[in-house]
Design a protein around this ligand. Structure first.
Ligand SMILES: *[C@@H]1O[C@H](CO)[C@@H](O)[C@H](O)[C@H]1NC(C)=O
Length: 372
């Protein structure tokens, strides 16, 4: 134990020196992913009307949208080139102070809608609000109402994403941490505090069940096309977990994919494949910081701003990467904006109408990439 701590101390000291010397960032950059297509720089960007951070995008059952939750707590709807984005819904009734496009210190007041999905049967929009929990708003929008904000007596701190199984009338959703809020996402990511959970909400009985616990930053959720399994992105391990819902293995989970980066949201396409947006690729800095929670916690205490720490983690460069997975978890395709020319830090990719619709939790626009 003592020698282990000694080794960690030496490693930390070396790291601090390296940091202080401000090394050439090319040494810190993640290695390229073999076979990746550097094409996403050809995306078109559409600003989200002076707001910021459209993490998740969704379309209503009649194809309207996209809809996007943004950093000031609004859920916006795109109504075409002429009208642009209009306010569709919000999760907080106290919106007086919520006028700034990006104010993390007000997120617990204004709400922070992350995952969005329409129930195709009812037209209701379900919302994973990072601060308030699972919420719902009717087809006409307005103020959302609460569905659930705790499970097993433990409040949600960082509700993140959801998917709906309309045939079973159930909703699956994640809470990334019971310790840290969304604005402390770097703590949730680096501290080794595995308190994330996956829940199932039954609409008819209103019952709530915890399906998986002790997860390392569970994030995006997607149901398989046949409803046999559910995927959960585990951001801090860079993996996708598969939870079997039906069949002989029901209730068991395994590793569906070990990714070349740290995943955010997952969206299934019409062929039953899955697009996974990677917040960052696996590179030397993050591999090192995540290798031991002492190192991760040390990094969180470095006297640098969160923005600086974040940029250091990703190897000094904002870029975009997404992976398409087959039904067995095999990587079918990797697309990138390698130099981050057009899109960066993407959080979601949805394939629809032969386009990729791209969300980003850290940028003031969505991206649209034409697959033709
Ligand atoms: C997470 O952090 C909280 C607050 O420090 C602590 O009470 C809890 O035991 C930690 N859980 C794990 C699994 O590390």
């Amino acid at each position: 134990m003592a020698s282990k701590l000694g080794a960690v101390a030496i490693v930390l000291a070396v790291m601090a020196v390296v940091l202080a010397l401000n090394p050439p960032t090319h040494l810190l950059r993640p290695p390229p992913i073999p076979g990746a297509h550097d094409c996403l720089h050809a995306s078109k960007v559409v600003p989200v009307g002076g707001t910021h951070g459209p993490e998740s995008l969704t379309f209503d059952p009649s194809g309207g949208g996209p809809y996007a939750g943004v950093a000031d707590g609004q859920i916006l709807k795109w109504e075409g080139d002429e009208r642009g984005w209009v306010n569709f819904a919000f999760t907080s009734s106290q919106r007086k102070e919520c006028t700034r496009p990006f104010a993390p210190e007000l997120e617990h007041v204004c709400g922070r809608p992350l995952g969005l999905r329409f129930d195709k049967k009812t037209g209701d929009l379900y919302i994973a609000d990072a601060y308030f929990g699972l919420m719902v708003v009717g087809p006409d929008g307005g103020l959302a109402t609460l569905v659930a904000n705790q499970a097993e007596g433990e409040p949600f701190r960082f509700t993140n994403d959801l998917d709906i199984d309309e045939s079973e009338d159930v909703i699956y959703f994640t809470d990334s941490s019971t310790t840290y809020h969304r604005r402390q996402f770097l703590n949730a990511f680096l501290s080794g505090n595995r308190t994330g959970r996956l829940m199932k909400y039954d609409k008819s009985s209103k019952g709530l069940k915890v399906l998986l616990r002790g997860l390392a930053f569970p994030n995006g959720v997607a149901l398989s096309k046949d409803g046999l399994f559910l995927l959960v992105a585990e951001s801090a391990t860079g993996r996708i977990l598969r939870l079997w819902l039906k069949g002989p293995n029901a209730g068991k989970f395994d590793i569906f994919a070990d990714l070349p980066g740290y995943p955010d949201n997952i969206k299934r396409n019409s062929r039953g494949e899955f697009w996974v947006a990677l917040h960052a690729k696996k590179g030397p800095v993050l591999r090192f910081l995540l290798s031991n929670s002492l190192i991760g916690n040390f990094a969180l205490r470095l006297p640098i701003s969160l923005q600086k720490l974040h940029l250091l983690l990703v190897g000094g460069k904002a870029e975009a990467t997404a992976v398409k997975l087959g039904k067995e978890g095999e990587i079918l395709e990797v697309v990138e904006d390698k130099e981050g020319k057009t899109v960066q830090f993407i959080s979601e990719v949805e394939e629809r109408d032969n386009k990729l619709w791209i969300g980003s939790v850290m940028r003031p626009f969505i991206g649209i990439y034409d697959l033709n």
